[in-house]
Design a binder for this molecule. Structure first.
Ligand code: LLP
Length: 381
């Protein structure tokens, strides 16, 4: 995957750092465009997965919209030239300042999650003499079969408006003159690899649309969120997710009304595989069952293993040894959860070896912290 020249460049760069393969990102973007344009679907890239300027510039240059979950993400999207009429703004806890930023930029749509939020957006829009376009984020109560921390579309989750609130929502909307309902929004979770969950979502969307139709409401667009998973086990074999299969499910199962547009908010599947965390082995230390390979990256640079028990494929880039040994690959942070892999087979590993922790493009750099007063690390391309 990495050429000798690239590994030499890695060796000359202070570790740890994120390496982004922009060619792979470009190919991924082309694949998404090809697969989505077959059905005229609109894709908003979810900035929360990675909001690095270079990455955003490339994504914007391919004509994607932006999905933001905070005022600073809206600002970043605007700064990176995403057209305001392709920006959507979600989140259960939008502050007044954040709503104002979005209003000032005349974004395409607020994805709204509660009655009090609708009232606040209406009030702030009125103060500015504007009408805010909104979509209702509906909790579809569909199980995404993913890690419980990244499941969002169940009634027990904090997200979205539940079925029993629909009547009240419509009554509220009738009274609010400074918001205009233009869409229905859904998102069932992230890292979804069992695609039948998306079929389940489509069928639920159809039922919900029926309810709105009976109440004489047909919205301009349906937004089905993101969630398409990537192959963390075999990133080299599957660097680009199967977007054709993904979009086809929606084409097959969602019942759109005439003129109704379908929107997506893809994050991980766009950027996940183009990023790698490169780290150096500091020490190899004997353990009881396996040795510890202590590397200079930790949960501060990639939180996913510690937070979600996520597995990222790890490769020793520089060892020439033919002998395979088992290692716990751990970081330097003062937490036992600061562990990237347990009992992993690697070629014999020594101090100074470079390791690649793959599939770190999504929810890697954006979730970095300065815990233990560590410095934030750089990205190279
Ligand atoms: N739309 C909404 C409303 C979302 O909440 C999310 C992700 C997305 C779109 C993008 O989903 P994606 O296509 O990336 O699955 N930090 C976790 C993932 C959190 C996902 C949060 N919501 C992780 O590292 O696995």
């Amino acid at each position: 995957m990495f050429s000798t020249e690239l590994i030499t460049k890695f060796n000359d760069t202070p570790t740890p750092f994120y390496y982004y393969n922009l060619e792979l990102l470009e190919n991924t973007l082309e694949a998404i465009k090809e697969a989505s344009s077959a059905y005229n679907y609109h894709v908003h890239y979810a900035l929360k997965a990675n909001s690095n300027h270079k990455i955003l510039a490339l994504i914007e240059s391919h004509g994607f919209g932006a999905d933001c979950v905070g005022g600073n993400e809206v600002k970043r999207a605007v700064e990176c030239n995403f057209s305001a009429d392709k920006i959507v703004f979600a989140g259960v806890g939008k502050t007044d300042d954040e709503i104002n930023i979005a209003l000032e930029n005349d974004i395409f749509c607020f994805n709204c999650e509660s009655i009090p939020e609708l009232e606040v957006i209406n009030e702030l829009a009125e103060k500015k003499g504007k009408v805010a376009q909104i979509a209702l984020r509906i909790n579809p109560n569909v199980n995404a079969n993913t890690h419980h921390y990244i499941t969002t579309g169940l009634e027990e989750n904090k997200f979205g408006i539940n079925r029993w609130e629909f009547e009240d929502i419509l009554k509220t909307l009738e009274q609010l003159d400074h918001i205009k309902l233009i869409g229905l929004h859904f998102h069932i979770g992230s890292q979804i690899t069992d695609l039948s969950a998306f079929k389940g979502l489509c069928l639920r969307v159809n039922e919900i649309q029926e309810w709105f139709y009976e109440h004489k409401i047909i919205v301009d667009h349906i937004n089905v969120g993101g969630g398409l998973g990537i192959d963390y086990e075999n990133p080299k074999e599957n660097p680009i997710p199967d977007f054709k299969k993904f979009f086809k499910i929606f084409n097959d199962f969602i019942a759109l009304r005439p003129q109704q547009q379908l929107h997506f908010e893809l994050g991980r599947s766009v950027v996940g595989q183009c990023g790698t965390l490169i780290s150096k082995v500091l020490y190899v230390k004997n353990g009881v069952n396996t040795d510890f390979a202590i590397v200079d990256a930790g949960m501060t640079e990639l939180l996913r293993p510690a937070l979600y028990q996520a597995t990222h494929s790890i490769e020793n880039l520089t060892s020439n040894s033919q002998e395979l040994k088992r290692y716990d690959v751990v970081g330097p942070i003062c937490e036992s959860s600061d562990c990237f892999a347990k009992s992993l087979l690697l070629p014999e590993t020594k101090r100074g070896d470079l390791v690649a922790i793959h599939s770190a493009g999504a929810y890697g750099e954006v979730m970095a912290s300065q815990y233990n007063l560590r410095d934030l690390v750089k990205a190279i391309y």
